[in-house]
Design a protein around this ligand. Structure first.
Ligand code: S3P
Length: 169
């Protein structure tokens, strides 16, 4: 099992469209554990949507809020935390995650992510597929560096991934 460190949150990281939020929510329901999503916590703090923050304040401002949100998780009950796909872009976030708990990287297929991105309208700046593919190439080593555990989710259904994670809890 995954117990370690001062806090024992479980952080899910991975690229946009990997299913981090759905997984954290489903596992939360199954195991009666609280789950949070860093994007939603950032939105609550800012009083704006992620899209609005990117548009009006820029990515750097968003990343600062993301770090504040992580720091705010340093007390309290253990949580399942679904992280924004870019959380690993800020080096100190990886350290924070390691201090606060255990990190699971949902390592998915770029084409699945691109399909998800095409379906969502929240990330107009991710529409360019070559941009998204470049970002993923840049981030994959960061996710791997952050991860205590990498789950290969390629070709797996939600319930298969859920089952594999459930075994860890
Ligand atoms: C981002 C991913 C989004 C959100 C923000 C930035 C990224 O989160 O944090 O739009 O840089 O990859 P999800 O991965 O939960 O969609």
């Amino acid at each position: 099992s995954l117990e370690k460190r001062g806090c024992d949150h479980i952080f899910f990281v991975g690229f946009l469209g990997a299913g981090k939020s759905t997984l954290a929510r489903n596992l939360g329901h199954m195991f009666n554990r609280r789950y949070v999503d860093t994007d939603r916590l950032v939105e609550r703090r800012a009083g704006k949507t992620v899209t609005q923050i990117f548009e009006s304040d820029g990515e750097a401002a968003f990343r600062i809020l993301e770090t504040k949100v992580l720091k705010s998780l340093s007390t309290g009950r253990s949580l399942l935390v679904s992280c924004g796909g870019g959380i690993v872009e800020t080096p100190c976030n990886i350290e924070l995650i390691h201090e606060l708990g255990y990190c699971v990287y949902l390592d998915g297929d770029i084409d699945d992510s691109l399909r998800q991105i095409r379906r969502s309208d929240t990330r107009p700046d991710f529409r360019s597929e070559s941009h998204a593919a470049d970002l993923l190439r840049h981030r994959r080593p960061l996710y791997q560096q952050a991860a205590d555990l990498t789950l290969d989710i390629r070709g797996k259904s939600f319930s298969e991934v859920g089952f594999e994670c459930a075994e860890l809890l």
